[in-house]
Write a protein that binds this ligand. Structure first.
Ligand code: FHN
Length: 566
């Protein structure tokens, strides 16, 4: 699990004292009757598909993580006074916007205030802001103005959690220290006043990107109501604490979902740093960045790719250079990303697909030799073209769609093939490409000893749907539970993987994995904790029925995915 996510989860876990809810719980909580976004606004946001996230502040002087290093690697007194030496004279908002445009990014989201409480705009609510640094310029004003001038949208990241503010109940390190004295009502007034400033003085915004959900006496809903009142067409993420317009999977891609909008926030940093991580940090490969974008769009999601500018105000050439390469790809093939919807073929190791009008864009990462076999589609293909060059042939039958292309014509990072149909591509139901390396358990019959409030949203099937965004859940307080998979026939397998929900660390404390041998269950392997990345290989066994038997749990066990491999 990424360090930050672990920290974030420890924060939210530490805060489950009735003050906070897990982001995942929050996003699946029944949506309160708060004002919803105009569908046209969310479509406008979805069509952009690719945005720039920017984490910046005086902390960049230390090359340590924003917010999280306060009171940890950097003593609080030192951290809180960094702004007195912060003078990024090379900051040029037009240059930042040019980097985003050259990358093919259609919107920018800036950390106007992170958990450390420092404000990058001329706020009247506190002196702890950029105007009182040697730099003395309103970064939010300059950047929002540069965006407007260049025709790209601007959004604000705003942390509802503020470890610096004396009225906020928690402080550093990591929000794990509870203040003796605090005044949540006063803090809430402060928060709403600042959000009002950002929307009123720097809008219109494409989004307000709240972070670390705060849901105390419905305050999240209050924030949403205020935001909607100030700018009805603004999109609000799911971390306000009471729902929101889109999900925010972090450092991973969201699952294929045509109903619930989502945006994955990812770091270009090779070490997943959000703020400037120093000149040795490095950046992710072009392949990694392109696959985020392509498979993200393939899942019907946006990608918000983060840069951490240097303390002198420049975006490091290693980061801007990588982004330019992504932009060069988008300049040629952006039609397959912008304004498309995900599918119909769900993303996988093989590649991904997007669609627009009568066209399906098939992005192929891996062929099987010269061919790629996809599920049949209920539409007739009238033309096929390899947009990345070369000749491609297709064969369409009742049971499959086969694309054939000589290996010499396969593109290095993504072979893009356009399928033109005799009808709209948008009504084709989502299809899953099966591959020999798939889990044998996908879609298998499954029963469970308990399901959270008997809700289908948390049914046993959600642990076998090949989607890490859904999960089987059990009732709170459940200490023992089992999940029984029927593979339909005896199958031979040698590896099991379990993705335990990350929202609460190690709920499972003792488990067995068993296979049915006649009338009895035979234990294949046993252990204590599982976590989100449990994997175990063993000598091949043959069985039809497999059971995850949870013998001890701290609270209701909940599994994102159980996988069984040959
Ligand atoms: O704690 C923050 C983290 O520093 C960063 O801002 C990410 C970006 O999505 N959000 C929180 C971790 O989930």
């Amino acid at each position: 699990m990424k360090k930050n996510m672990k920290r974030y989860l420890s924060l939210t876990a530490a805060l489950t004292t009735g003050l906070w809810l897990q982001a995942a719980d929050v996003s699946t909580a029944p949506q309160p009757a708060w004002p919803r976004v105009d569908p046209a606004a969310i479509k406008n946001w979805q069509d952009k598909r690719f945005g720039m996230f920017i984490h910046w502040g005086p902390v960049s002087l230390t090359a340590r993580e924003i917010g999280w290093s306060r009171g940890a690697e950097t003593p609080i007194a030192v951290y809180d006074n960094l702004y007195r030496q912060f003078n990024p004279t090379n900051f040029n908002a037009d240059e930042w916007v040019a980097v985003a445009k050259n990358a093919g990014m259609k919107y920018i989201v800036l950390t106007t205030k992170h958990h450390d409480g420092f404000c990058l705009w001329d706020t009247k609510q506190t002196d702890f802001n950029i105007m009182n640094s040697p730099f003395g310029r309103d970064v939010v004003k300059e950047l929002s103005g540069a965006c407007k001038k260049a025709g790209i949208s601007f959004g604000t990241y705003y942390s509802t959690c503020d470890w610096h503010h004396p009225d906020f109940p928690l402080t550093s390190p990591g929000g794990n220290v509870k203040r003796e004295k605090y005044d949540l009502d006063a803090y809430n007034r402060y928060l709403l006043a600042q959000i009002s400033e950002l929307i009123t003085n720097y809008g219109p915004l494409i989004t307000i990107w709240n972070d670390v959900p705060q849901r105390f006496e419905g305050r999240g809903a209050n924030t949403i109501k205020l935001v909607r009142r100030l700018q009805p067409d603004i999109t609000i993420n799911n971390r306000t604490g009471d729902g929101g317009d889109y999900e925010t999977p972090e450092q991973r891609l969201g699952g294929f979902n045509l109903e619930r909008p989502w945006e994955s926030c990812m770091t270009i940093s090779a070490h997943n740093a959000w703020a400037w991580g120093g000149s040795a940090d490095g950046v992710k490969s072009l392949e990694a960045c392109l696959r985020m974008l392509i498979s993200g769009a393939g899942g019907d999601g946006n990608v918000l790719l983060n840069v951490g500018p240097r303390p002198d105000g420049k975006i490091d050439p290693e980061q801007s250079g990588r982004l330019k390469e992504v932009g060069d790809w988008l300049a040629k093939y952006g039609e397959s990303i912008y304004g498309t919807r995900g599918g119909p073929f769900k993303p996988g190791k093989w590649g991904a697909s997007t669609r627009k009008g009568n066209r399906i864009y098939v992005h192929v990462y891996e062929f099987d030799g010269d061919t790629l076999e996809l599920p049949a589609i209920p539409a007739r293909i009238v033309a096929v073209r390899a947009l990345t060059g070369g000749q491609v042939r297709f064969q369409q039958t009742e049971s499959a769609l086969k694309l054939t292309m000589p290996a010499a014509s396969h593109a290095a990072l993504d072979t893009l093939i356009a399928l033109d149909l005799d009808q709209s591509a948008m009504s084709i139901p989502p299809l899953r490409r099966h591959s020999p390396s798939d889990s044998l358990a996908i879609g298998a019959k499954v029963t469970a000893s308990n399901v959270y409030q008997h809700q289908t949203e948390y049914a046993a099937e959600k642990a076998l749907d090949d989607d890490l965004e859904t999960r089987w859940a059990t009732d709170g307080g459940t200490r023992q539970a089992w999940l029984e998979v029927d593979l339909g026939k005896s199958q031979t397998f040698s590896r099991i993987a379990v993705h335990e929900w990350e929202g609460d660390k190690d709920r499972i404390q003792k488990f067995e994995i068993q296979i049915r041998d006649g009338a009895d269950w035979k234990t294949l392997l046993a252990g204590t904790t599982m976590g989100p990345n449990f994997k175990q290989s063993f000598p091949p066994v043959t069985a039809r029925f497999v059971r995850l038997n949870i013998l001890e749990a701290k609270d209701g066990p909940t599994i994102d995915e159980l996988q069984i491999f040959k």
